[in-house]
Design a protein around this ligand. Structure first.
Ligand code: PLP
Length: 504
């Protein structure tokens, strides 16, 4: 057999979707997306399915022969959509309300088509350089100093883990070589209102559950700096090594704002790493009138801000800023031979700033969002969310049977149905019942929290499609859906109206 005969027998590449089918399918998907984003409010915001129902509805077997894309799109509409809780719905007020905005979605589509992996600079130079450039634009928008360099991670949980890993590297450099066995006990501090991701990070880094010490908060749910100082001194006395402190700008339950400037002074006094969790609240730093809330955050060693929360960028996109990126690189850089490149030293290799080697092209969607809305457009949208939240807070304040449980520095209102004269446990049940009733309507999705041992409801605003009429309607529904019972008649006599107003 001659060489050319052999080559002729090689199979032609089996290939991807044929171009004509791709053209039609891409058009179908694009028009589906545009109809969805325009008409998302027709869907029930919270998926109205029971556990297991989605799975049972799916075709059980993998087909031997491939199926036309049209079939997949049909199943997407009929089988997948019923199991979707619509985070892009204007009535999504649970957790933190977010928006995968149109420019962000379009950026995500293009990034997915390019399918680049920016693990090292040469594996796609624009993946590295657009990330550096976009995060410098965002840093300037937020008013942070130039020493902060950013990287994009999937979530704030990863960003905080990396920040605390950098803290460990700096305060306990011996751990890089020898791990923690035989090392003295280390401690991180955060408030009792901090997100669970801080504790998870500390456990993952090898310090165990006792490696986090939770500092009490004041009546407005803010860390008490004097308590932090006391805890650090107590630990030093006990031979425990203080490593770092995590302050939060916009806590998960109430969006409370820790006094970062005071915490920063204590961090400096005791040589602690200061990490600021501004995963939710961070974008508000773009708005000048909110700057007082951020006083002192520019002194942090690291800061996390999630554009996928309140900066209209499709999930996932979490930004970790570190003052002097070299401090983060030290904790993660480890280059095997097969990843060395001629550009090492001249270009950034983003694999050096975290656990993941592979890196999606997340900066493209963020760059699109920042440029499409512009600084003023972003400020105006954030202002509007805060204004709506504050208007709702005023309505709640005027109602005799409802209390607002926390201040509203940003765009979340925490409230509780609490008429006088009704025992707390009964009110807890009533609040749970109201929550379930509202969520069953499909018009709104709310979540709850527990503060001072009592069940509270959260109305979180942050979606670009939410209008004041939606917020008003939700407030009406909350009042309408109070379950019948003694709770409707009398108010809880003698109980404090809200935290911070306790008698004496
Ligand atoms: N930090 C705060 C203040 C949060 O509210 C959240 C989540 O809501 C997180 C961190 C964790 O965010 P992620 O889901 O990006 O890990």
């Amino acid at each position: 057999m001659s060489q050319s005969e052999g080559r002729d027998r090689l199979p032609a590449p089996l290939g991807d979707m044929p171009p004509d089918e791709l053209e039609v399918s891409a058009g179908d998907v694009a028009s589906w997306i545009s109809n969805y984003l325009t008409g998302v409010s027709q869907y029930p915001v919270l998926a109205q399915v029971r556990p297991g129902e989605v799975r049972e509805s799916l075709p059980p077997d993998l087909p031997e022969e491939g199926e036309p894309f049209k079939e997949l799109l049909k199943d997407f509409e009929e089988l997948i959509l019923p199991g979707v809780t619509h985070w892009n719905h204007p009535g999504f007020f649970a957790y933190f309300s977010i928006t995968g905005s149109a420019p962000g979605v379009l950026g995500e589509m293009l990034a997915s088509a390019l399918n680049i992996n920016a693990m090292v600079w040469r594996s796609s130079p624009v993946g590295t350089e657009l990330e550096e450039h976009t995060l410098a634009l965002l840093r300037d928008l937020l008013g942070l100093p130039e020493e902060f360099a950013g990287t994009i991670n999937d979530t704030a949980s990863s960003s905080t883990l990396y920040a605390l890993a950098a803290a460990r590297e700096e305060k306990m450099p011996e751990a890089w070589e020898h791990g923690l066995s035989g090392a003295s006990r280390g401690r991180f501090y955060t408030s009792e209102q901090a997100h669970a991701s801080v504790e998870k990070a500390v456990i993952t880094l090898g310090f165990g559950r006792s490696g986090t010490r939770k500092i009490p908060t004041d009546p407005e749910f803010r860390m008490i700096p004097g308590e932090l100082r006391r805890a650090v001194l107590e630990d030093l006395e006990a031979g425990i090594k203080p490593l770092g402190v995590v302050a939060t700008l916009g806590t998960t339950s109430t969006t409370s704002v820790d006094p970062v400037a005071e915490i920063s002074a204590i961090a400096r006094e005791f040589d602690l790493w200061l990490h600021v969790d501004a995963a939710y609240g961070g974008p508000a730093a773009a708005v000048p009138e909110f700057n007082p809330l951020f006083r002192g955050w520019e002194e942090a060693d690291s800061i996390v801000v999630n554009p996928h929360k309140w900066l209209f960028t499709p999930i996932d996109c979490s930004v970790l800023y570190v003052r002097d990126a070299e401090r983060l690189r030290k904790a993660f850089s480890l280059t095997p031979e097969y990843l060395t490149t001629p550009e090492m030293g001249a270009a950034t290799n983003l694999m050096d700033y975290g656990i993941a080697l592979g890196r999606r092209f997340r900066s493209l969607k963020l760059w699109f969002v920042l440029r499409y809305f512009g600084a003023e457009g972003i400020r105006a949208r954030i202002r509007q969310h805060v204004a709506m939240a504050r208007d709702l807070a005023s309505s709640v304040d005027e109602h005799p049977d409802w209390v607002r449980v926390a201040p509203v520095p940003f765009s979340v209102v925490v409230l509780r149905f609490a008429p006088e004269g009704v025992p707390g446990e009964e009110l807890d049940r009533a609040n749970h019942e109201i929550l379930e009733r509202v969520n069953r309507t499909g018009e709104f999705f709310l979540s709850h929290t527990v503060l001072d041992g009592r069940v509270c409801l959260r109305v979180a605003l942050g979606n670009l499609r939410t209008r004041w009429e939606d917020v008003e309607r939700c407030w009406e529904l909350l009042q309408e859906l109070v379950p019948p019972g003694p709770g409707k008649e009398g108010r809880l006599r003698g109980a404090p109206a809200r935290r911070g107003e306790e008698p004496g």
